[in-house]
Design a protein around this ligand. Structure first.
Ligand code: G4P
Length: 525
């Protein structure tokens, strides 16, 4: 690719995540988008899900059983001259760590809110991560086909609870059974709800922002109410500010109904006009890597084993930050300095896989991994070493002792633990005194997923003994004396062999500090 070809390719990329509280409609809206992109032919709505024909973004067995989205997935499609990469984020709170890392690999986010419920806890958490990164956030107020809260009330809540300015791009004309359409400020038109029988879907507004007076809708009191509300918003609401949107200080708000595919395409089209192109990335040395820099670079934000039981494999997901990815190219793995050839690369449309030949900044490629990669690794081509900034890590708070139920099956037990731990969803520790395996996680559900996957993917039944919540504190090996271990703390090693104590509670930690005032403990290694 020449420089200008690379520039042109990068300019088409839009890489984003959809964030929401479970059940707000993320899967439904994702499917609608895939439908527009021609990637799926049938909307896999509620019916299809019930009959077992699941949404493409919901992969794993456990997701089917529990009806939750557990793993992040990546979907790519072309629409309106853009190449779109959607990174799916699990909505369940227990998967926050995986989700947080995924949010490091996107350039913008779509926040889906159930208009009957407003801001829910998980929306708030995920929003805060996006806000911290300063990426643009676009809001879709979903389920307009049901009676929900007043639009003004919803906007106020977004502003107050999330601390971001709002700008309504359109406004509902009625809701629930009385839904008539959307007053589209941005496109200067009214979008009618289910109007096939009457012909036109889009009705133009005149210079005063009104429909032609011959239109039926103008006689409806709901329409007149909307005009009044719009007037109020024009006067008292925020002005649209592109710079604020780009900085994540203002969110454009769209209303619609994902299930009935109302307002979704309008949303997607408008969103794509403002969604940013691939961002520049900072290195630990403080350099800025531009998407159109000649040399290839990227970072691993996720590793997953056995994404498809038919292909027993591990995949490292790489967000490309610069240059051109070509299948078979040689790169360096920054952490080890090792040179490797990238022959096996893949892009994802759920269970169908395509081999990637070329990809550019903003794209996500999956690399088959035989144990070389770790989450947060940088890979790069060229002479100059690159190391991107560290991905956030969270110290586990819940712990379990884990053993193989069948002692004869140690091999599959160890293999399973080894691979699942490398994915980073659970952390592995080893007891100093007994050599027992102890798993740590941010949430309870991660243990359940671990147990399920050990059984399903490695044929290893495990026994888990809860140790409850503990505080992990690392100790300088020089200062460690094994006698410091007592009934109130558990001395373990992490995967790199570094010693740490798992304290029962704050009291136990204080007791330790009083007893060994010279010993310095740290919360994170
Ligand atoms: P999620 O990925 O955010 O968890 O949500 P998902 O799309 O799975 O949607 C959750 C539920 O909300 C689904 O119904 C879905 O059909 C429904 N839904 C999504 N968008 C809309 C909408 O615009 N209007 C209405 N009325 N419903 C919507 P469910 O009953 O949980 O599915 P099921 O249990 O019947 O399979």
């Amino acid at each position: 690719m020449t420089k200008s070809e690379l520039q042109a390719a990068v300019d088409t990329r839009r890489t984003f995540a959809i964030i929401s509280h479970p059940d707000a409609g993320k899967t439904t809206i994702t499917e609608q988008m895939l439908l527009f992109g021609g990637v799926v032919r049938q909307a896999g709505t509620v019916k299809a899900r019930k009959s077992g024909n699941f949404a493409k973004s919901d992969w794993m067995e456990i997701e089917k059983k529990r009806g939750i989205s557990v793993t992040s997935s990546v979907m790519q499609f072309d629409y309106d001259g853009k190449r779109i990469n959607i990174l799916d984020t699990p909505g369940h709170e227990d998967f926050s760590e995986d989700t947080y890392r995924t949010l490091m690999a996107v350039d913008s986010a779509i926040m889906v809110i159930d208009s009957a419920k407003g801001i829910e806890p998980q929306t708030k958490k995920l929003f805060q991560i996006c806000k911290m990164r300063g990426i643009p956030i676009f809001t879709f107020m979903n389920k307009l086909d049901r009676d929900g809260r007043e639009p003004l009330d919803l906007l106020n809540e977004v502003e107050e609870v999330l601390g971001i300015e709002t700008y309504p791009m359109n406004w509902p004309i009625g809701m629930g059974k009385g839904l008539k359409g959307l007053y589209d400020r941005y496109n200067h038109r009214v979008e009618l709800y289910h109007n096939e029988a009457h012909g036109e879907t889009f009705l133009p507004l005149d210079a005063d922002g009104k429909l032609d007076s011959s239109n039926e809708l103008t006689k409806d009191s709901i329409y007149r109410d909307v005009l009044e509300e719009m007037e109020l918003i024009e006067e008292a609401g925020n002005d649209f500010d592109e710079a604020k949107v780009a900085a994540g200080d203002m969110t454009p708000v769209f209303f619609g109904s994902a299930l009935t595919n109302f307002g979704v395409e309008t949303f997607l089209k408008t969103y794509l006009q403002y969604a940013p192109k691939p961002n520049a990335h900072k290195t630990r040395a403080g350099d800025i890597v531009q998407p159109t820099d000649d040399e290839f670079s990227g970072f691993v934000f996720k590793i997953q084993a056995n994404m498809n039981p038919n292909h027993r494999d591990r995949i490292a997901f790489v967000r490309i930050c610069s240059g051109e990815f070509d299948r078979g190219m040689d790169v360096f793995l920054q952490r080890t300095g090792k040179k490797m050839r990238l022959n096996n690369s893949t892009q994802f449309m759920a269970d169908t896989r395509e081999t990637v030949e070329t990809a550019v900044a903003g794209d996500i490629v999956g690399l088959y991994d035989t144990g070389n990669f770790q989450i947060g690794d940088t890979i790069y081509a060229g002479k100059k070493a690159v190391q991107f900034e560290k991905l956030p890590q969270f110290t586990p708070e819940l712990f379990m002792r884990v053993t193989a139920k069948n002692v004869m099956k140690q091999k599959s037990f160890h293999k399973g633990i080894d691979q699942l731990v490398q994915e980073g969803a659970v952390q592995l520790y080893t007891s100093y005194s007994t050599g027992d395996y102890i798993l740590g996680a941010v949430g309870q559900l991660q243990f359940e997923v671990f147990k399920f996957r050990m059984q399903n993917e490695y044929n290893s039944e495990v026994v888990m003994e809860p140790l409850g919540s503990k505080t992990a504190r690392w100790i300088d090996p020089e200062q460690l004396d094994e006698k410091m271990s007592s009934s109130r703390n558990l001395l373990v090693k992490d995967r790199s062999g570094a010693p740490l104590f798992l304290f029962e509670n704050a009291f136990a930690e204080r007791w330790f500090a009083d007893k060994y005032p010279d010993v310095k403990l740290t919360a994170k290694l």
